[in-house]
Ligand binder design. Structure first.
Ligand code: NAI
Length: 478
């Protein structure tokens, strides 16, 4: 079998395989899904293109999709988030060798350029022979956007020329589509027609999907995996509670205890971030725009104020908003010497890195990959992690297996739903039914020694639910 792929180094596969083996034990939801559906092969015929951080945990997801019958091609959704040994192990596969790889085509390595990033995404969307996938599994919506923008520009017969106002990333993206349109003016239209649906992992990607749906631009159905309770209330919160301090520590080795840390945004990711930093002994300050989240932060015991009030005195600044221009170049110029600045929201525009780079007289020094010191003309410096991109994946290894098992079990169930029941999902954005959400949680209880209380029939009737669930109405917020 000849496999097309591009990863850093296939000789890392053995190390990757060992870590995948350990991760499998920590991912009971995914392993139970393999046991439940392995024989019936519900994903047979599915050609799944995945764009999601190529980590050890994602390797277990990929191999679960394959175990259920799917053909898979994969990329990372971030230039810094690939774990090269995981990528190598997935390409080699459980039964292959580096000389005879038999796994899944992966196009991902840690430290891609933007050009390489979009090239990889296009490669994963293009099966040998030019055919596209019939399913997308997305994180942040870049693969979905490439297909949608490709179709839009093919319809228009032209791709707009990049301008200086466009972000560097969007300029690269437009250039890729210009080339693709010149080579094959119907490529994305053909690919889009075949796609049965997309399952989307994160808040930012879901936001893009609802926008497209609202504007009548969505081309195929989507399942919003993020808003399964067992995803956003677990991965976004408890995942970041683990991987944020991990990233700060591996990046800087600075003692967090006693420092003043500012967390911008108190949504699910912000809540996990603030709790983690407080757990390390930091004095945590929160900024918010939403009065409900601000009140929550205050009642959780955090000072809530505006960035301007603390920008000159705090030591650590973390953005978690999914919004842009949260920390500006002017803010960074006013920070104290060696303040640490990092982002865990999906895109790198929460911190104005472009503005920082344009500051007259600024000097950037690489301390090590993904850790940079920026010296202002007055001599003071700040430390920026992962160049403003997701620092928990750039400086550390992302969320740990157990929490990702929850997220990824939702992903697998969502893929099966859309692929096998396509007719039941006209083009729209859906969330999984609550009973499946509860099933995902159930699959993770034994591993933690949790004993569930069972409702009696009378109790179930009294609160108006079935003994077997679902236990809550859809509007319940957890
Ligand atoms: P969320 O919507 O629950 O929280 C975002 C919060 O930021 C909201 O409460 C909002 O009011 C607040 N906000 C918006 N603009 C603000 C501003 N200018 N100043 C202060 N606060 C502001 O979203 P969630 O689920 O917490 O996700 C946040 C981001 O993190 C998204 O981009 C998501 O895709 C990403 N994410 C990252 C993960 C990681 O591993 N690093 C994991 C999961 C999600």
């Amino acid at each position: 079998m000849s496999l097309d792929f591009k990863v850093a180094d296939l000789s890392l596969a053995e190390f990757g395989r060992k870590e995948i083996r350990l991760a499998e034990h920590e991912m009971p939801g995914l392993m139970a899904t393999r046991a439940e559906y392995g024989a019936s092969q519900p994903l047979k015929g599915a050609k799944i293109m995945g764009s999601l951080h190529m980590t050890v945990q994602t390797a277990v997801l990929i191999e679960t999709l394959v175990a259920l019958g799917a053909e898979v091609r994969w990329v990372s959704c971030n230039i810094f988030s690939t774990q090269d040994h995981a990528a190598a192990a997935v390409v080699v596969g459980p039964n292959g060798t580096p000389d005879d790889p038999q796994g899944v085509p992966v196009y991902a390595w840690k430290g891609e350029t933007l050009e390489e990033y979009w090239w990889c995404t296009e490669q994963a969307l293009t099966w040998p022979g030019g055919e596209g996938p019939n399913m997308i599994l997305d994180d942040g919506g870049d693969a979905t956007m490439l297909v949608h923008k490709g179709v839009e520009f093919e319809k228009a017969g032209t791709v707009p020329s990049p301008t200086d106002d466009d972000s560097e990333e969007y300029q690269v993206f437009l250039r890729l589509l210009q080339k693709s349109l010149a080579a094959d003016p119907q490529k994305w239209t053909r690919i889009a027609e075949r796609i049965k649906g997309v399952t989307e992992e994160t808040t930012t990607g879901v936001h893009r999907l609802y926008e497209m749906q609202r504007d009548g631009r969505l081309l195929f159905p989507a399942i919003n995996v993020n808003d399964s309770v067992t995803k956003s209330k677990f991965d976004n919160k408890y995942g970041i509670r683990h991987s944020l301090p991990d990233g700060i520590m591996r990046g800087t080795d600075v003692l967090i205890g006693g420092k003043v840390a500012v967390v911008c945004g108190y949504g699910d990711v912000g809540k996990g971030s603030a709790e983690a930093l407080r757990g390390q002994g930091a004095r945590v300050i929160v900024t918010e725009v939403d009065p409900i989240n601000a009140l929550q932060a205050a009642m959780d015991g955090f000072q809530v104020t505006v960035l301007e009030d603390v920008v000159e005195t705090a030591d650590i600044f973390i953005t978690t908003t999914g919004n842009f221009n949260i920390i500006t170049a002017d803010h960074m110029a006013r920070m104290k010497h060696q303040a640490i600045v990092g982002n865990v929201g999906h895109f790198d525009n929460e911190i104005d890195m472009a503005g920082l780079a344009k500051t007259p007289g600024i000097v950037r020094t690489e301390i090590k990959p993904q850790v940079h010191e920026w010296r202002f003309p007055d001599g003071h410096t700040i430390i920026v992690l992962s160049e403003g991109r997701l620092l928990n994946l750039g400086n550390a290894t992302g969320h740990p297996s157990f929490v990702m098992s929850n997220s990824f079990t939702n992903q697998v169930i969502a893929q099966i739903e859309l692929f096998t029941k396509t007719a039941e999902y006209p083009t729209d954005v859906y969330v999984l039914p609550k009973i499946l959400d509860e099933k995902v949680a159930r699959l993770h209880l034994d591993a933690l020694g949790v004993k569930l209380t069972e409702l009696t029939k009378e109790q179930a009737a009294y609160i108006g639910v079935d003994v077997a669930g679902p236990y809550k109405p859809d509007h319940y917020r957890y």
